[in-house]
Design a protein around this ligand. Structure first.
Ligand SMILES: [Zn+2]
Length: 245
């Protein structure tokens, strides 16, 4: 018997045990603070060197790059190591699924990654660490070393479109999977919300692991409200043992 393809959609809730707050959810920090939201809004960022200077300072103090994977990330990587085909679609930009040992090719980052920078002109990429070292050394707004263009975090800012290739792959995986697990996401932000619906429409077993109710709970085959750090490893053990459906 072939093992079922598991698609796991992760949101901010999977990383709170790693000390990363919810920045961009409906109740996220950025949405509650219009000044902070400007720092991650494309037009403000591109149009105002002062906004960029403050953005780099925010990135310097951001704990995301120092965070470690928690038991939930480790459990997802463990499921893949146990031989179950797994693809992760994440709303997070922290890279913690990969740090936990999941191969990068198995992870689709809908909102990009905070671990890299990208040039807004020539699209060259580089490590965030290197750019932050330049800020540390006194460059308030370090330009692209290749073309001199404006550098930004390789995350999708407000006002930017999601990468259509990444999004297309996410939809394809969602349609193909037999089990779709939504973890730590309120399913209120697109495209995450749509993906849960697509999974259900295509006959996948839909499992939702989230502390708060989501708009898709009544379409789910199973809803788990327990803390993710314990509930997800337990759920993935069941999936691995073949009793997940
Ligand atoms: Zn460039």
């Amino acid at each position: 018997m072939t093992k079922p393809l598991v698609a796991l959609l992760s949101g901010a809730g999977i990383s709170t045990d790693s000390g990363i707050p919810d920045y961009r959810g409906p109740n996220g920090l950025w949405r509650k603070d219009p000044e902070a939201e400007k720092l991650v809004t494309y037009d403000y960022y591109m149009g105002d060197p002062e906004i960029r200077r403050r953005s780099w300072q925010m990135r310097r103090s951001n704990r995301t790059l120092k965070a470690e994977p928690n038991t939930a990330h480790v459990a997802v990587a463990g499921l893949e190591k146990s031989g179950v085909p797994v693809r992760v679609i994440t709303q997070n930009v922290d890279g913690l699924h990969q740090l936990a040992g999941l191969p990068a090719r198995k992870v689709l980052e809908l909102h990009g990654t905070a671990r890299q920078v990208v040039c807004t002109k020539c699209h060259a990429r580089g490590p965030m660490e290197d750019a932050l070292a330049r800020v540390e050394a006194g460059e308030a707004d370090p330009p692209c070393l290749t073309c001199g263009g404006i550098l930004k975090s390789a995350t999708v800012m407000f006002g930017e479109r999601l990468d259509p290739v990444v999004l297309g792959e996410a939809v394809a995986i969602t349609k193909a999977c037999q089990i779709f697990i939504a973890v730590g996401t309120t399913l209120q932000v697109q495209p995450a919300a749509d993906l849960a619906g697509v999974a259900a429409d295509h006959g996948a077993r839909l499992v939702i692991v989230n502390a708060e109710p989501t708009p898709y709970d009544d379409r789910a085959d199973e809803v788990i409200r327990e803390p993710i750090g314990t509930a997800l490893p337990e759920l993935l053990r069941r999936v691995s043992a073949g009793s997940g459906r």
